[in-house]
Design a binder for this molecule. Structure first.
Ligand code: FES
Length: 125
């Protein structure tokens, strides 16, 4: 199974790193792409990931109000919510896509998000 994770550098990537350095066990299906901010994620990139064979795509960034660039994740939230609603029109089950917010200190939460998402997508196989 191939899962792609687009993570903002400042919060979620650091949170994932924290999960790793804390040696929290995680499934190995997620391939992480480090982005400067969720606001820089073009929804077409997510569709491209599905087109190239991804079984699921996860986007994670700073919590609302904590974006390193002030409001990048507010723009992202609007775009991602719209994309989530449009996915079934492209023949992609909406369960295969998730966006979430994980801070740099939430390593355990990151591991839980990855566990839950992996399990959810696996159940669709
Ligand atoms: Fe993390 Fe903008 S820097 S979402």
């Amino acid at each position: 199974m191939k899962l792609i994770g687009f993570l903002c550098n400042w919060c979620s990537y650091a949170g994932a790193d924290m999960a790793g350095t804390s040696r929290i066990q995680q499934p190995g299906d997620l391939h992480i792409v480090r982005m400067p901010c969720t606001g820089r994620i073009n929804p077409l990139l997510i569709l491209k990931a599905f087109q190239e064979g991804a079984d699921g795509v996860l986007v994670s960034g700073c919590h609302p109000g904590d974006c390193h660039y002030n409001d990048g994740n507010y723009y992202a939230r609007r775009r991602l919510e719209l994309l989530a609603r449009m996915l079934p029109a492209f023949g992609i089950a909406s369960e295969r896509f998730q966006y979430t917010w994980v801070s740099a200190s939430e390593g355990a939460r990151w591991a839980q998000v990855v566990d839950d998402f992996t399990e959810r997508v696996r159940s669709l196989q």
